[in-house]
Design a protein around this ligand. Structure first.
Ligand code: ATP
Length: 366
């Protein structure tokens, strides 16, 4: 499924990374021929584990790093060699630096001042963005008099006040405590909707990515694993890596062999009619599994395991079950039968809840 914003294209994508590679002087390859294109108005999240290349991709886009190979186009124009200040992008980085001796209002106004915007207009725009970010009462303070969350919001205001067409944010919520992070996340989502600008947002937090992104680019070792709307990433992960990265807990997987229409792994056998013989990885999400005492269900259905650990995560319970040499997580409603360690159980799922991945390259098999 393509994103609704990207259908029936008559003009080039707003932002286009075309085979971008970044090799650092010490030989580290941070990006391998990264292709990524998206439209104006999107909220693109770069998601991946530590070291996957998220920050590098963002810095290359900003012009703070020069790619080793590849092109960057903005609205159809090649900007690969353009210095950052000429790219028209607003930026908020993890270590946002506010000017300590200037007030909040002066900090926010700074990008307007250097662009020669007249004082009255500057004041009008600072007030407007301050209201959006609930900073009105703080405009006369200096950065040292702000909480971490307020300072972070000032940095966001400063990046947005001059209305750049593209706003880059690298882990902008990282310094906030959990509650403030949640609150600021909601504000960012509202801001994106209100301003109608294009956001690129770096995070390693999948929940943040799922709630904010119109599309998520999942990176791994400098390569793009999948670029799709959050629901598609969850429903149809393109690779085993994405399947095992997304979800709380992530998708359960099991490596085995298909022989004559049956999938077999260490102690597990289930019919898989039509599947070609050979190695295969199957996967099922914890929330798509149901548990029954091992003896009760039809013997041909699901797989058998043994309860290992039971964890209460209200309103649900996570039951960890040993299946074929690995542990599968099962998410059940908290008030169901209390499963006990050591109990043999049978796990069931609907036929369409089963995912299949190539045992070699990890690609999804439909
Ligand atoms: P994190 O979530 O930890 O910030 P990331 O996904 O943003 O990680 P990058 O910071 O883009 O990852 O780094 C990608 C790879 O490039 C890593 O292996 C990192 O060590 C390496 N790297 C980044 N900057 C440099 C540099 N200046 N010189 C050499 N290697 C670098």
């Amino acid at each position: 499924m393509s994103h609704p914003l990207s259908t029936s294209r008559t003009r080039p994508p707003f932002v286009e990374l075309d085979a971008i590679a970044k090799h650092f002087a010490d030989g580290t390859v941070a990006l391998h021929a990264l292709d990524l294109a998206f439209d104006e108005g999107e909220f693109v999240v770069l998601l991946g584990p530590s070291g996957s290349g998220k920050t590098t991709a963002c810095r290359v886009l900003a012009g703070l790093e020069t790619p080793t190979a590849g092109r960057i186009r903005l609205d159809g124009t090649d900007v690969t060699r353009l210095p950052p200040r000429l790219r028209g992008m607003g930026m908020v980085f993890q270590n946002y630096a506010l000017y300590p001796h200037r007030t909040v209002a002066e900090n926010i106004a700074y990008p307007l001042r250097i662009r020669g915007v007249a004082a009255a207009e500057r004041e009008r725009r600072v007030r407007a963005i301050a209201t959006l970010l609930q900073l009105d009462a703080l405009l006369a303070r200096r950065p040292a008099q702000l909480s971490g969350g307020q300072a972070q919001r000032v940095a966001v205001a400063r990046a947005l006040v001059w209305e750049p067409r593209l706003v880059l944010m690298d882990e902008p919520l990282s310094n906030l405590d959990a509650l403030l992070r949640l609150h600021t996340r909601t504000e960012l989502k509202r801001l994106h909707r209100t301003l109608g600008r294009t956001f690129v947002f770096v995070t390693h937090d999948q929940e943040e990515a799922m709630t904010l992104g119109t599309r998520i680019a999942v990176l791994r070792d400098g390569r793009l694993e999948q670029f799709a709307p959050p629901i598609e990433i969850w429903r149809r992960p393109a690779t085993r890596f994405v399947a095992e990265f997304i979800g709380r807990p992530a998708m359960n997987t099991l490596e085995g062999q298909v022989r004559a229409g049956r999938f077999e792994a260490d102690g597990v056998g289930l019919p898989l009619p039509g599947a070609p013989d050979g190695p295969l990885v199957i996967g099922v999400r914890p929330e798509h599994l149901t548990l029954a005492p091992a003896g009760e269900a039809a013997a041909h259905d699901g797989v058998v395991g043994v309860v290992d650990v039971v964890e209460a995560v209200p309103p649900d319970t996570l039951v960890m079950v040993r299946v074929g040499g690995v542990t599968w997580a099962v998410r059940v409603a908290a008030d169901t039968v209390p499963w006990v360690t050591g109990a043999p159980v049978r796990l069931h799922w609907a036929p369409d809840a089963l995912h299949r991945f190539d045992a070699g390259d990890g690609r999804r098999i439909d």
